[in-house]
Design a protein around this ligand. Structure first.
Ligand code: 5GP
Length: 116
């Protein structure tokens, strides 16, 4: 479990963040180094895995909710029509730097493919 990480400290309120959404299961806040005009990090609050690779079938409902919440946040910010991207960086080659599973919501410009 990934509780003693930067995002664990943000979720516990020990480090401030620019929150955009919170419920019992999920905390979403703005990325401090945005890679797009809107860049939000969507985090499970409790029992977070370090990576998606560490997830098990018991996590299916929680992680499904995480993705649905990210999509709801995108809708709430008006990106349903123009579009957006959800990203889960995983381990070194995936570019992961914080080992508390999180979904990046990137929106507000034309995103290129393939990513760098
Ligand atoms: P990862 O690289 O693990 O997929 O994503 C970590 C993200 O956390 C990066 O996009 C980085 O900019 C962001 N980040 C790093 N430190 C902080 C911080 O103190 N506050 C916030 N809000 N975001 C951070």
């Amino acid at each position: 479990m990934a509780t003693d990480t930067l995002f664990g400290r943000i979720i516990r309120g020990e480090i401030p963040s620019d929150k955009v959404f919170e419920d019992d299961d999920v905390l979403a806040f703005r990325d401090i180094h945005p890679a797009a005009p809107t860049h939000i990090l969507v985090n499970p609050k409790a029992r977070a895995n370090a990576t998606i690779d560490a997830a098990t079938p018991e996590d299916a409902a929680r992680h499904g909710k995480l993705l649905l919440t990210a999509a709801q946040i995108a809708r709430d910010h008006g990106f349903a029509q123009d579009g957006y991207r959800l990203v889960i960086n995983t381990h070194d080659d995936g570019g992961q730097t914080v080992y508390h599973l999180h979904v990046h919501l990137l929106a507000g410009r034309q995103l290129t493919w393939p990513p760098g």
